[in-house]
Design a protein. Sequence first.
Length: 72
Amino acid sequence: MSPESIARFDRRRLAAEEGAQALAEVERHAVEVRENMARLRELRETREAADATRRALLPEPPPKKRARKLPR
């Protein structure tokens, strides 16, 4: 093997290793994003359920009367 072919082989091997590391990092990030989205969804649904319960316990506000237009 010539020094050029050895260097080419090393460059390709390093590129393959770095590519695999980059793909693993992207996948880890995607998992973290999905976990965070699930956590936030659960918080939102809990808050919405609490708000719905609170609204159900409060009396219905009386309907607002329409203001009459003043004659000019």
